[in-house]
Design a protein around this ligand. Structure first.
Ligand SMILES: [Zn+2]
Length: 298
């Protein structure tokens, strides 16, 4: 019986191979395309690849996220996922390294006097009428603004000592705003040039993440991670909770997201390339001395 199943599987496999007509040139095309994509994510680079990328282009991209309600149709990590997606395209075009998403983020809070210490965060008070604030599902990763700025300081310190010259950060609105208001201080403190996309990208509906779960963010998510979007989850006006901006139901699309990314990519990459052309930086190499034996033979 086992033998019969084996022969059956083999014949199905051979039939599939014939019907696929997978030629050598197809294979070359596949691998060629794969090689064209460079590794841009910090967490995926080997040390020599990291050095090669920073020597060629000392720009770090920091996606700023939070985990929060983005309507019924978008994932909770939409902010970081969008900025990560845009930064990956930017790093392909300009060079540089995309840092891991900083998912912990600050937000505005409102204290309800009758509930003692309980606070409502960000969209929880922007989405409801006065006196009717409600907790939004998935808002579980808030961090105080002071702590967030401390994290930014530590990150900028270590990026500076590593040799980065420019840092572009973008994502969740309140994280952006905290970063933006710290720019002058951080630049002086760590000798870096800092930008968010509000400074060097487009504004209004054609900007990157300029609404909340509406036309812009939904289109960007449809372009960057389409498999994570389910617009069908918004079945009527009653479940448009927390969606702020142009109604995404008829306006948002993959094509719109693509247009927003292309337009911003052109303007932001031109600015960064110009900055780089006016800069010089020290080239790094892997060179260790006095290496102590801290491994065991067995
Ligand atoms: Zn968002």
């Amino acid at each position: 019986m086992k033998k019969m199943i084996y022969y059956l599987e083999m014949s199905v496999l051979i039939a599939l191979m014939i019907s696929c007509k997978f030629t050598e040139s197809d294979l070359k095309k596949e691998t060629g395309d794969m090689k064209m994509k460079s590794k841009v994510l910090y967490e995926e680079l080997l040390p020599d690849e990291f050095i090669e990328r920073i020597n060629a282009c000392p720009i770090a991209y920091l996606p700023l996220g939070t985990m929060e309600w983005h309507g019924l149709h978008l994932p909770l990590g939409s902010d970081g996922l969008q900025s990560k997606g845009f930064f990956m395209a930017l790093a392909e075009e300009v060079g540089g390294i995309v840092l891991p998403m900083l998912f912990l983020g600050p937000d505005g809070t409102v204290k309800e006097l009758d509930l003692n210490e309980f606070s409502y965060i960000g969209m929880e008070y922007r989405s409801f009428e006065e006196g009717h604030l409600q907790q939004l599902e998935g808002n579980a990763y808030y961090v105080d603004q002071e702590v967030f700025i401390k994290m930014l300081e530590s990150i900028m310190w270590s990026l500076s000592r590593t040799g980065f010259k420019i840092v572009v950060a973008h994502g969740h609105g309140p994280s952006n705003s905290a970063f933006h208001h710290s720019i002058e201080k951080l630049e002086k403190q760590f000798g870096l040039k800092l930008y968010d996309l509000g400074m060097i990208g487009l504004h209004g509906p054609q900007g990157i993440q300029t609404d909340h779960a509406a036309y812009s963010e939904t289109s960007l998510m449809m372009r960057i991670r389409p498999e994570l979007v389910d617009i069908g989850k918004i079945t009527n006006d009653e479940n448009m909770t927390g969606i702020s901006g142009i109604d995404p139901r008829n306006r948002a699309s993959y094509e719109e997201g693509d247009k927003i990314i292309a337009a911003n990519l052109a303007i932001v990459s031109e600015k960064l390339k110009k900055d780089l052309s006016e800069m010089s930086w020290e080239k790094r190499e892997i060179k260790h001395t006095h290496v102590k034996k801290i491994y065991r033979d067995q």
